[in-house]
Design a protein around this ligand. Structure first.
Ligand code: UDP
Ligand code: MG
Length: 322
């Protein structure tokens, strides 16, 4: 393979409690990239770790001149850490990957190959089921992508990963996005450009525990679907229309029964109907409420993350150590 050796890569790595993985990951990336001749920088984003991750980053930044870190003021979540890292990236392409070595560094070579072919985005998706996931995760993951594809306007492969290469022209556009909620996997699909997806087999987490709990995943699913589509609003209005049509058709029956003297004391059915429609209305209103809440949050224009410390500043699109 001939590589574009005059180009620089920015590798952005969100890290939350990854103390034992940092040095190993840096070694693996070095081993993979040194033979290619590309210049590269590693931008780690410490997303509110409670362990020794930040210290590990500082030590490695002393050893390697191309290792940079950004410490966020608290745990903002992976997508926000990614945004913080991408904001710093100065390379001709950005590669985002996890810190836990589940994203095999050797795959970067394949990404570079497709980038060289002229693709603007090379994303990866898991081949088959996640062999390292818990039992319920197989079901929830499949449901997540099914729900997302059905209810929103973007279509994503099952198991799409935050492991991708993005050309600088796309990165330039991504940096302009000013949304309160960010889900990069969706934004990447939405962005368009010349994209190619390549399958990968996730490795086992090198050390430590995955940070995503079941509750966090459910929240992610709901916010993502709602962030990418207003379709749930149309669905609830269709449900509303269906129920009101049934109710309207039911009224003449009630009136005729009353006139003919058939009306019986239907206390139970009235209570049941009121309870049913009351519940339905609350549910539909809560969907609208969630969207209103999102408008409220967006209208505040708060930053997506806050940087507490860093060993780098950007000057003329170059990273300068401080
Ligand atoms: N991560 C992060 N902030 C968080 C949770 C996770 O930056 O709040 C990072 C984590 O350090 C890792 C990547 O995101 O590099 C994926 O996280 P994890 O391995 O916990 O999740 P999974 O493998 O289940 O996707
Ligand atoms: Mg992981």
């Amino acid at each position: 393979m001939a590589y574009l050796v005059d180009k620089k890569l920015s590798i952005v790595i969100p890290s939350h409690n990854e103390e034992k993985n940092i040095s190993y990951l840096i070694d693996q990336i070095r081993e993979t990239l040194e033979p290619t001749g590309y210049a590269y920088e590693l931008i780690f984003v410490d997303d509110g770790s409670r362990d020794n991750t930040l210290n590990e980053l500082k030590v490695n930044a002393e050893i390697h001149s191309n290792v940079f870190y950004v410490e966020l003021s608290r745990n903002f979540g992976k997508d926000y850490a990614l945004k913080a890292g991408i904001a710093m990236a100065s390379g001709n392409a950005v590669i985002t990957m996890d810190a836990d070595l589940q994203h095999p560094p050797q795959m970067i070579l394949k990404m570079l190959y497709h980038w060289e072919e002229g693709y603007d985005i090379v994303y990866t998706y898991r081949e088959g089921e996640n062999p390292h996931g818990k039992g319920y995760q197989k079901v929830t993951s499949r449901l997540f992508y099914k729900g997302l594809n059905m209810l929103s306007d973007i279509k994503m492969e099952n198991g799409t990963a935050d492991f991708r290469l993005i050309d600088e022209k796309v990165v330039k556009q991504l940096k302009l996005i000013d949304e309160y909620e960010i889900f990069f996997r969706g934004i990447i699909k939405w962005a368009g450009y010349k994209q190619i997806g390549i399958p990968y087999v996730p490795s086992k987490r090198h050390t430590g525990e995955a940070s995503y709990s079941f509750a966090k995943l459910v929240k992610l699913a709901v916010t993502t679907i709602m962030a990418f589509s207003a379709r749930p609003l149309y669905i609830i209005s269709m449900v509303g229309l269906l129920f009101s049509t049934v109710a309207i058709l039911y009224i003449p029956y009630v009136l005729i029964s009353y006139c003919l003297g058939y009306a019986v004391s239907g206390w139970a059915s009235i209570i049941a109907t009121i309870a049913f429609f009351g519940g339905l209305q609350l549910m539909l209103m809560s969907v609208i409420g969630i969207y209103v809440g999102k408008i409220f949050m967006q209208s505040k224009h708060r930053p997506n993350y806050i940087i507490r410390s860093s060993n780098v500043v950007i000057v003329d699109n170059d990273l300068i150590r401080i």
